[in-house]
Design a protein around this ligand. Structure first.
Ligand SMILES: Cc1ncc(C[n+]2csc(CCOP(=O)(O)OP(=O)(O)O)c2C)c(N)n1
Length: 172
């Protein structure tokens, strides 16, 4: 399991049942968007026969989108799942909660159709609104790209504001 950086990363950390060391590849602390896809490719190269999941955001995936070409070329068993909220969600959440809903440069005005982008790289792509998407996403060999649309207003909790201690986390 690999992630990018943002709300999707926090949800994955909170809900994915990690069972053994080095199963969860994520870029913490000064986390770097764009980490997830290359990390997943590396993990898949090290573990042939195992499907690697990369949970990303519609912002983060754009940071290293060119690596879809590497993924397609190598034909690895990687499923990229993008939680698509139409925003840089972690930033939007921060601006909502800490900056009195003054939103700046965090809501996408003309987002690309990520399914078409991934398909353009030759990767089988599916939206979770499609019946039977799970079979496409996880069923067979090779790379897959999944888009899961979620409401922009969804916030991740607990949430520790910048400069605060864990005990001061906001709980929603
Ligand atoms: C390279 C880089 N630039 C900026 C940031 C600051 N940052 C942290 S989370 C985030 C938004 C991430 O948005 P998205 O990938 O869409 O994920 P979401 O929070 O919506 O799940 C930004 C800009 C960062 N961590 N890394």
């Amino acid at each position: 399991m690999a992630t990018d950086v943002g709300q999707h990363q926090m949800w994955t950390a909170q809900y994915y049942p990690v069972k053994y060391p080095r199963q969860f590849l994520t870029s913490g602390s000064l986390g770097t968007m764009g980490f997830g896809l290359p990390a997943a490719i590396g993990a898949a190269l090290m573990h042939p026969g195992k499907r690697v999941i990369c949970v990303s955001g519609d912002g983060s995936i754009l940071m290293n989108i060119q690596e879809l070409a590497t993924l397609a070329e190598l034909g690895l068993d990687v499923t990229v799942i993008v939680l698509d909220n139409g925003a840089l969600g972690m930033v939007r959440q921060q601006q909502e909660l800490i900056f009195a809903e003054n939103y700046s440069a965090c809501i996408f005005q003309g987002p690309p159709d990520l399914l078409k982008v991934a398909a353009g790289f030759g990767i089988v792509s599916v939206d979770t609104a499609e019946p039977g998407w799970e079979k496409i996403a996880f069923g067979e060999k090779g790379p897959r790209f999944v888009r899961h649309r979620i409401p922009m207003e969804e916030n991740v909790y607990p949430y520790v504001p910048a400069g605060k201690a864990n005990v001061e986390a906001l709980r929603g």
